[in-house]
Design a protein. Structure first.
Lengths: 1503, 473
């Protein structure tokens, strides 16, 4: 579908269920096809449907060519298998068009030396499809070809690829829709049956698949869940080689690099034909489709498919990963050829010779497999997708992060990860190639030197690059003093760069993108081991080649170059590594030309100049703005680097050089992050170094430090910040972040963007080169004319009269507070005028709106304020971030007026669920579920009217948070189910949402946990949020909140507050448009927040599509907040954002203040409604046609703004633009309802109940509704142990026993999927292998990933192994397991975990509390543990008795042979246990010696 | 930036005043100074607010108080001075006489005690002078424009300073013999030593500003002359028309305007000599000061030093509350009860007193007839004083000083000389840029706004100077 309003199809995401079934003995059977279909059926819940429930997002199978079917069933005369190829074609529906395409295809086939043997219209049954799928259904046909040259095997496949590429390139038809042309597969080995349908529809639509003679030894299957339902047959998977579950976060960078390189590839296997493969990437295809394109070319270009996959998705191989030198050499060699295609991914692939599967480096998708004794194998996102008798199971396993498995289809040999990798690692001597060829620079990246500058001109030069006092005092000082970026609080209320009267550095027009829902951000601190800032200079283009010279590279450990390192590069003395420095500057004066023209000419000249130098053999281009003559002004470095990067890419010489920036402009993380994101190889921020050196010498740093140490800190801080920016987007390596343009532009004209930043979203237009030049000249002039030793004051981070403007001025704050305390509406209107009137001083996008003239209505006819306030909510602020007094005042106020307060992510004191004697309620209507899951218990959830899943926060989207131990007092610890004094970490992602189908699961879990509450999802505005919201609507959320980037926070890095995310006007409009286009709008409500302050803000939000409105900062100001912006320091002087008892006494706010505020806002809303002619609020929702740009605004930078995208109305039908119906809950078939019937009055009476029942993977979240009934009746304490017992047999679906309450016991015989015991609240879960299993339980995987996430109490016994992130964020549950994957006990704050077998790496990262006992058989556990926060101890007597008791339980419940063995030999075995003891926990428990506890432990603690 | 909780742990400490017994015998400044270490500690109480009301709401000069405080707390005195001088031309004046509006809007002042910004400012600038860091701002080049400044009070000096910095040739005309306007004549020496004014004037002279004293514009120099010699002129001649008390017996001898009284003592201290007839001396007299403001307090301090027998200060308004009233919320200037050093030197203060009549003997005042009043809401909704029944009483008085504020009325000679349009209230008409109805004539400070504070006069002089510059270039 074409772009409409702010909707653009490029933002579509998809994920899904994926898998394969295989006869390892290569025996072709129809059973395999059937089983493939069955897998699809059982993965149905991982797919999605749109508004039209019969139209799936896509499903399909990749099979071997069914030779028997063609020859015996269809009686076709074909050559021997392997000698002919079949093309699966999607052709235009219209006959004439179809004939044209067919003729074209056959012509090209002949030209490429093929004979057409046959053509077959594939029988299809359109009637089984949904309406929207049918509307765009293509004509499906098969074409049979034979090589005129007698080719077969790989040579034939190569020729077929060339043919397909030519046909794709030469067809002028789009791939999409019923008049398009698309080749689903063309191979002599494999064939793809797919389409826009649900899994169960596939065999119904394609009757071929039901034919008993349709045989294959393998079936790769895929069930798609896309964020959008815009019909697309070609985007269904599998593609020709692979099926992918997940998302490629780095896709833009990968595409950019691929395009930059592909013109120069060559291969003896393809010969001249290689040119025909270009462009390699199919236009309009998805990230997965493009990955498939490259995998295909790499593989047919001569590498084995497994090898190609390892190249595209390498595992993490940093220092912390134990691996041999050969394998490390393999990865390092290939890192120099191909940047990773990075992102959550489970990939199943086959080229017809090999079948395999791999997982991304983070292991963010589940991948489980089962092998039977008779050589059958099933691999899928879940277990239980096929019924396999227990006694036939040979092995149950799962892929771990970065792992691969392969099966050779000819030999049937099964290769596991280590074997595969060592095999490829030794194919050629990669290690030696790297060692012998890499360029060694003496002293590179060693200690930095003293920075020598010229203090007498320093201020002048700082002015030239727009430095302010804040840059020195706040940014550089913090980075240099403490090695971390500065932290701030509250939101951003300054003007957008395009509306600022101060000259803005170009970076301020860019907003960082971030991962939400469809892909997870990464934790750059706790999971730092998957990240890498390494980058190379001198990448070679020809990725099809494999030769030692490809290792001739300069390796940068990180991209921030000290002056010494830059010097070393400058003086490199190699013929193929020569550097040249080119100035990036433009003349300030000309008689004839404007500044913009001068800048444009200079940019053009710069690009040409660089091209010449590259062609002349200079491979290191240093763009510099150092030591410019006085009549030259520096170009904005970002503009220069992106211009050069894109210019060189278009000329296919980008990869022939490294682009190094020597710039005085870059100083903070955002600057360097954008330079790299737009193509710089490395950056030398020389003026930042010099400024820090001067601060150090003047003693003005917060910490007394020498120059070199200060600069090293600064570089450290920069590197950490870069990792944070990358991780926000879910990108692990700088190599794939570079040139990935993961930014959105707000306020630059399309002319500039198209020429210099092509491919970056810029949706409201804005300034051109003229204005960019003018701002540069303003800085230049200030440098020439500025006097005195002082820099300008800044005012970005603090209000300054002479600095940047803010909306929260002293006048605004005073007027608001005084108006509320004196109930003075006239004074409130003065406040509102401070915010609303932006004719003279613009600040926000909405400030530039005007209302169109319409017929007004008398204000008396407008619905009353008391109704309007019910649409208002307060922002999520946790008790912990704000004081108890403030938190309760807000709750009381909102409950009194029938609106909703939001408890934030810190849980809530159960005492507050009781009403007060005066009828007030302290219970927050909205209970938040955030990534930390603090205090999220069954009781908490049943007490919610709304449960809100917080995906992101405007002030720091894609980041986690941390409540430092000193803020965790008794109260907070109790509410959060943690230990006082122990630091609490919220991870960046929800560890149960790595992909779009996961949020459907979490929403389903929460509905089970409280089937009366509505479930909402909080997203943050960015380009593409609309499509994410569509996915969330399809995941059956009731309400979607779109937050602006500028919303508040208790603590965030300043660069995140300012530079990540987009204004809500853009996100809301895009969401509204996308939902309306998809017919999804009527079933969800939309809420908006982010610096909402007045009735006018509300009205504009409503006209753009919101029904509900969130206020946070304004509410705090109502309660006395004076915008100190020091929430993070616990020193709030008005008792709002502090836990300090003395300061809390100063709190003077009342619920009445809050009520008064909302009533005033509603009153103001009414005035606007009367003016606009609306009597009912709902009539106003989505009426963007009543908005226009305010013509009175005459600001030089605002002239280029174009709001037509924001104001686009996707529907004229008013009922289609707001919520009119309820979402289906999907709970109807829940097993729990059946169980509840059996339980009868068991919960009421406490009578013991035992239920036995079979279970399958489609039975998800079992036990949760029962738990909710227990919690409603008895609260957290629940029922006595084992009151209700569920005895289940089979493969349990996801979230078994989620939020299981005390008194519930689940005994599962079989196995379970992901999220067992999520949020466990006292219940007990026991999982043991099915009776009759032959395998040793301790060696087999019986549980999925992310088990016990956020559990607060209860017990879990798993007689078998489990996946990644076991007991993550556990704060109280006890667990025994026999082996686990990576990242176990991550962020754990309490509870006990016993591991009786092997663990993966990064055990205990961010673990601040609780204890783990690990049975360390081979004594190398310390190498697998992340010891940043934990000590490894031997057990004392208390530990031993505790451990022994847990083992005895385990044995009793599961009959674990291993537990039995250990207990029988206890005296000998107990010494093999290691106790993992978090340091902080140890100190708080008083178990640390005095001397030890006095050591300051500040490393990596960040607020 | 380091943050600490010293606003909670360190108590506010004011410099305090010299012992009463010592100070009442001289006219030396009563206020003492704190050591630099103590001032640093005091500065550390500043919380460095994200929205600093001191800077952006309180201070008319927009002094970046949090930054100066931060620099002082770290001992970076020179940097603090640089930041201070960037917004404030004469911190040595405001550091002493400013009521510190910044402190009134200090967030710390909401609960507890505001930061001692004035004292910190005072220390920064005096430390700057002591170290020789305060240098004349000599313009790099002259732009060939001339401006006359009429009046050398705080507004005139500020205006002259900023015009001169921009390269304008400035002449300041002062009708009195010495420079400084209200600061010299209205503020007693025991509050502001005149050496401080002279130190600044000397610097300004080094900067190239011309001063002409004893010149009355309109009489000693014609408007035409001024116009001929200048491209623009700015009136900064204050608002010194005192509010009179229209009661029977007002003509009696012994009833004086406070400003006349204060001016005389300042001139005496400056070495001028007055005849006994002219002299207004409180020695052994029963002094009544009518009016409860700062000028009244200055009169008390002066009368104490002159040796008054008794001093009574009466005020028609009620006594202000000790803490902010509900209708006077933070961050507004707190209208609360204050006691100056002068008050402590010996006087009785009475509130809700209206003066009805002056009673004299031989043309000399002997007593005042007063009445206690109650404030009630009148028919138009405004509060009016209503005499209490039987509330009348007689107050014996030998010297009555009228310190009831100033009217803001324009000086007629000036109005005539420049043919200026007046406002309804009798002030000189001007627009937001300080332009009067006559081309090339600007107005700033009290002359424009009516009577106000030194700091406002400085801020206005600075503001109008920048507007004049826009008009000149």
């Amino acid at each position: 579908m074409k772009a409409q309003g702010l909707y653009n199809s490029q933002y579509e995401h998809d994920a899904c269920g994926v898998g394969f079934v295989l006869n390892m003995n290569a025996k072709k059977e129809h059973k395999i096809v059937e089983n493939g279909v069955n897998v699809l059926v059982n993965l149905l819940h991982r797919g999605a449907t749109g508004a039209d429930v019969n139209t799936g997002d896509g499903a399909g199978l990749l099979l071997e060519i069914p030779d028997r079917f063609f020859k015996e069933s269809l009686k076709m005369k074909l050559p021997a298998m392997g000698k002919y190829a079949v093309g699966m074609l999607f052709l235009p529906e219209a006959d004439a068009k179809r004939r044209t395409v067919r003729t074209m295809f056959e012509r090209i086939a002949h030209e490429e030396n093929f004979n057409v043997l046959a053509f077959r219209d594939v029988p299809c049954k359109p009637e089984v499809l949904g309406e929207s799928a049918r509307e765009v259904m293509p004509h499906v046909a098969q074409i049979f070809l034979e090589s005129k040259l007698g080719l077969d095997g790989d040579a034939l496949e190569r020729a077929l690829l060339v043919l397909r590429k030519r046909a794709e390139h030469e067809s002028e038809l789009p791939a999409d829709g019923c008049d398009g042309f698309y080749i689903a597969s063309l191979s002599a080995r494999t064939i793809v049956y797919k389409g826009m349908m649900t899994g169960p529809q596939v065999p119904l639509f394609y009757p071929d698949l039901k034919n008993d003679l349709f045989e294959s030894a393998v079936a790769v299957v895929h069930q798609r869940y896309s964020t959008n339902t815009f019909p697309s047959w070609p985007l269904a998977q599998p593609f020709r080689f692979l099926a992918h579950n997940g998302e490629i976060n780095t896709i833009r960078g990968n595409r950019n690099w691929m395009r930059a390189r592909e013109a120069n590839i060559s291969s003896p296997l393809f010969g001249e034909d290689v040119k025909k493969l270009v462009p390699i990437l199919e236009n309009g295809s998805s990230d997965s489709g493009n990955l498939d394109n490259v995998l295909e070319v790499l593989t047919l270009g001569g590498r084995e498919v497994g090898h190609s996959m390892m190249m595209l998705m390498p595992q993490a191989w940093g220092k912390k990963h134990a691996m041999g030198p050969d394998l490390r050499g393999f990865f390092e060699f290939h890192a120099g050829i191909m940047e990773p295609w990075d992102g959550p991914a489970a990939v199943a692939f086959t080229d017809g010779k090999w079948v395999g599967a791999t997982l991304d480096r983070n292991g963010l998708r589940p991948a489980r497999y089962t092998i039977t004794n008779d050589g059958f194998m099933v691999f899928a996102s879940e277990v239980g997708v096929l019924d396999i008798p227990a006694e036939n199971v040979k092995e149950k396993g799962s892929l771990r992060p970065g792992q691969m498995l392969l099966i050779n289809m000819e030999t049937g040999r099964f290769y596991k990860d280590a074997e595969i990798k060592s095999r490829f690692a030794r194919k050629v001597p990669y290690r030696r190639w790297v060692k012998e060829n890499h360029i060694d620079i003496h002293g590179f990246f060693n200690a930095v030197g003293e920075v020598v500058g010229d203090p007498s001109t320093l201020v002048k030069r700082q002015r030239l690059f727009g430095y302010t006092r804040e840059d020195l005092e706040i940014i550089l000082n913090a980075m240099a003093s403490s090695g971390v970026e500065p932290i701030g609080s509250m939101g951003s209320d300054q003007p957008l760069a395009v509306l600022s009267e101060k000259p803005q550095l170009l970076y301020w027009y860019f907003k960082q993108l971030f991962a939400q829902v469809t892909n997870p951000p990464i934790d750059p601190i706790r999971e730092e081991l998957v990240m890498s800032l390494m980058t190379f200079l001198g990448i070679h283009d020809n990725f099809l080649a494999e030769e030692p010279s490809q290792a001739r590279l300069v390796k940068f450990r990180y991209p921030v170059l000290s002056n010494e390192d830059l010097g070393r590069i400058r003086t490199l003395n190699y013929d193929d590594y020569k550097s040249v420095t080119i100035k990036m500057a433009f003349p300030v004066l000309s008689d004839r030309k404007s500044a913009g023209e001068l800048l444009e000419e200079a940019l053009d000249a710069l690009c040409r100049n660089v091209e010449e130098k590259v062609r002349a053999g200079y491979s290191i281009i240093i763009l510099s703005d150092k030591d410019l003559p006085e009549e030259m002004a520096p170009m904005p470095a970002l503009l220069a680097v992106s211009a050069v990067n894109q210019y060189l890419s278009r000329r296919a010489i980008r990869t022939s050089c490294g682009l190094i920036l020597e710039t005085g402009e870059a100083r903070e993380v955002m600057h360097v992050a954008s330079l790299l994101g737009f193509g710089a190889t490395a950056v030398n921020p020389y003026l930042a170094f010099e400024s820090i050196a001067e601060l150090s010498r003047a003693g003005e740093l917060d910490v007394h430090l020498g120059v070199t140490e200060a600069i090293e800190h600064y570089i450290d801080a920069m590197n950490k910040g870069l990792k944070k920016v990358m991780s926000r987007m879910g990108i692990s390596t700088l190599r794939s972040y570079r040139n990935a343009q993961v930014f959105e532009i707000v306020g630059i004209s399309s002319k500039v963007v198209d020429k210099y930043f092509a491919g970056t979203a810029s949706r409201v237009g804005g300034i051109g080169l003229e204005e960019i030049a003018k701002e540069a000249l303003m800085r230049w002039r200030s440098s020439i004319e500025g006097q005195g030793a002082l820099l300008p004051v800044g005012g970005e981070y603090r209000y300054r009269k002479d600095g940047e403007r803010h909306l929260w001025t002293p006048e605004a704050i005073a007027n608001l507070q005084i108006s509320l305390r004196t109930s003075d509406y006239a004074r409130y209107k003065k406040y509102a005028a401070c915010i609303n009137d932006q004719v003279k001083h613009q600040s926000t996008l909405r400030g530039l709106f005007a209302f169109k003239k319409t017929n007004s209505v008398p204000i008396e006819e407008v619905e009353p304020a008391s109704e309007i306030v019910k649409r208002f909510v307060t922002g999520a602020m946790s008790y912990g971030a704000i004081s108890q007094e403030a938190h309760e005042a807000i709750a009381i106020a909102m409950n009194r007026i029938g609106a909703k307060s939001n408890c934030g992510e810190g849980g809530e004191d159960p005492k507050r669920y009781e009403k007060l004697s005066n009828g007030d309620s302290l219970s927050s209507a909205t209970k938040q579920v955030a990534s930390g899951r603090f205090g999220v218990t069954s009781e908490y959830l049943v007490n919610a009217k709304e449960i809100q899943i917080k995906i992101a926060q405007g002030a720091k989207p894609g980041e986690g948070g941390q409540l430092p131990g000193h803020k965790v007092n008794e109260e907070i610890a109790r509410v959060r189910h943690s230990t006082p004094g122990v630091t609490l970490i919220s991870p960046p992602p929800h560890h149960d949402i790595y992909s779009i189908e996961d949020i459907a699961q979490l929403i389903y879990d929460l509905r089970n946990a409280n089937d009366e509450a509505r479930v909402s999802v909080k997203l943050v505005s960015e380009a593409g949020v609309g499509t994410v919201a569509a996915g969330v609507a399809k995941a059956r959320a009731d309400m979607i909140l779109i937050s602006g980037y500028d919303g508040g926070t208790g603590a965030s890095p300043l660069s995140s507050i300012k530079h990540a995310g987009a204004p809500w006007e853009l996100g809301l409009s895009e969401t509204q448009t996308t939902l309306v286009l998809n017919s999804l709008r009527s079933r969800v409500r939309l809420q908006v927040d982010g610096q909402l302050k007045t009735g006018r803000d509300v009205v504009i939000g409503a006209l753009l599509g919101a029904e509900e409105f969130g206020f946070a900062t304004a509410v705090l100001v109502s309660l006395g907040c004076v915008m100190m912006r020091h929430c993070h320091s616990n020193t709030c002087p008005v008792g709002v954002a502090t836990q300090d008892p003395e300061l809390r006494k100063r709190f003077k706010g009342t619920p009445e203040n809050v009520i008064q505020f909302f009533m005033f806002v509603a009153e103001e809303v009414r005035e606007y409604m009367a003016q606009l002619g609306f009597r009912k609020f709902d009539e106003m929702v989505g009426r963007s046609d009543l908005l226009e740009m305010n013509k009175a605004i005459d600001f030089w930078k605002a002239k280029g703004l174009d709001y037509s995208g924001i104001l686009y109305s996707a529907s004229k039908d008013p009922s289609a633009t707001h919520c009119t119906e309820h979402q289906a809950t999907g709970l109807e078939g829940a097993l729990d309802y059946e169980f509840l019937k059996e339980i009868g009055d068991g919960i009421e009476t406490g009578r013991k109940v035992v239920i036995e029942h079979p279970i399958r993977n489609i039975h998800r979240t079992v036990g949760t509704i029962i738990s909710s009934r227990i919690a409603r009746k008895y609260g957290y304490k629940g029922l006595p142990d084992d009151s209700i017992t569920l005895r289940l047999k089979g493969s349990a679906g996801q979230s078994l026993g989620a939020f299981g309450a005390h008194g519930l016991t689940i005994e599962l015989e079989g196995e379970a999927n992901d999220y067992i015991g999520k949020g466990l609240s006292g219940g007990k879960i026991i999982v043991r292998p099915a009776a009759g299993s032959k395998f040793a339980p301790e060696d087999n995987v019986i549980g999925g990933n992310v088990i016990l996430y956020g559990a607060t109490s209860g017990e879990l016994y798993l007689n078998g192994r489990a996946g990644e992130r076991f007991a993550i964020r556990n704060s109280g549950a006890l667990a025994v397991v026999e082996g686990i994957g990576d990242h176990a006990c991550e962020y754990m704050t309490g509870g006990r975990v016993v591991v009786l077998g092997p663990t993966g790496i990064n055990f205990g990262a961010g673990m601040s509390g609780g204890i783990a006992y690990v049975y360390d058989e081979n004594g190398r556990f310390d190498s697998l543990c992340n010891t940043e926060m934990v000590d490894l101890d031997t057990l004392d007597l208390n530990d031993e008795s505790e451990l022994k008791k847990l083992l005895e339980n385990h044995l009793r419940y599961t009959l674990s042979p291993k537990a039995k063995r250990i207990l029988e030999n206890w005296e000998r075995e107990r010494e093999r246990f290691v106790k993992v003891f978090p340091m902080e926990y140890r100190r708080v428990l008083g178990a640390m010696s005095k001397k030890d506890s006095e050591v300051p432990r500040t490393a990596k603690t960040r607020e | 930036m380091i943050l600490n909780k010293s606003f909670l742990t360190v108590a506010r400490r004011d410099p305090g005043v010299r012992p009463l017994k010592e100070r009442v015998h001289d006219y030396e400044p009563v206020e003492m100074e704190l050591s630099q270490d103590i001032v640093r500690e005091q500065a550390s109480r500043c919380m460095n607010c994200g929205v600093p009301f001191c800077h952006a709401f309180g201070c008319p000069l927009e002094n970046v108080v949090p930054e100066t405080n931060h620099a002082v707390a770290r001992g970076e005195w020179k940097k603090a001075l640089d930041i201070l001088l960037e917004t404030s031309p004469f911190p040595e004046f405001t550091g002493i006489v400013c009521p510190a509006l910044c402190e009134g809007s200090c967030v710390n002042g909401q609960d507890g005690y505001s930061v001692t910004n004035r004292e910190i400012e005072h220390t920064i600038i005096e430390n700057g002078f002591a170290n020789g860091w305060v240098l004349p701002n000599i313009p790099k080049r002259r732009i060939g424009k001339r401006v006359a400044v009429i009046g050398s009070g705080p507004a005139g000096l500020a205006c002259a300073e900023y015009l001169n910095r921009a390269g304008v040739d400035v002449t300041v005309y002062e009708k009195a013999e010495y420079l400084g306007g209200i600061m010299r004549y209205g503020i007693p020496d025991f509050r502001l030593s005149k050496k401080i004014i002279e130190r600044r004037i000397a610097l300004m002279q080094q900067e190239g500003i011309h001063f002409e004293t004893g010149i009355n514009i309109g009489t000693d120099a014609s408007p035409e002359y001024i116009f001929r010699k200048n491209d623009a002129m700015v009136l900064t001649c204050g608002a010194r028309t005192p509010r009179d008390l229209k009661i029977p017996g007002r003509e009696l001898s012994g009833i004086h305007f406070a400003l006349d009284y204060l001016t005389q003592q300042n001139r005496l201290n400056g070495g001028e000599i007055f005849s006994p007839d002219e002299t207004m001396n409180a020695k052994d007299k029963r002094v009544v000061v009518i009016g409860g403001g700062d000028t009244g307090a200055n009169c008390i301090g002066t009368a104490v030093r002159q040796g008054a027998a008794s001093i009574m200060q009466i005020e028609i308004m009620p006594c202000p509350p000790v803490a902010r009233a509900a209708n006077n919320p933070w961050p507004e200037w707190p209208r609360v009860f204050k006691e100056s050093a002068s008050h402590k030197e010996g006087c009785v203060r009475k509130w809700n007193i209206n003066t009805l009549e002056a009673i004299g003997e031989n043309g000399i005042v002997k007593a005042l007839k007063c009445v206690e009043v109650e404030w009630k809401r009148g028919e138009d909704g405004r509060m009016i004083p209503v005499p209490k029944q039987n509330g009348e009483f007689i107050l014996e008085a030998d010297l009555v000083l009228l310190a009831m504020g100033f009217t803001g009325h324009a000086i007629p000679e000036i109005v005539d000389a420049f043919n200026l349009k007046l406002t309804e209230r009798g002030g000189i008409y001007h627009d937001a840029n300080g332009k009067t109805s006559t081309d090339g004539v600007y107005i700033a400070g009290d002359a424009a706004s009516g009577p106000s504070l030194v700091v406002r006069a400085i801020a206005d002089g600075k503001r109008v100077a920048l507007k004049i510059l826009e008009g000149l270039t």
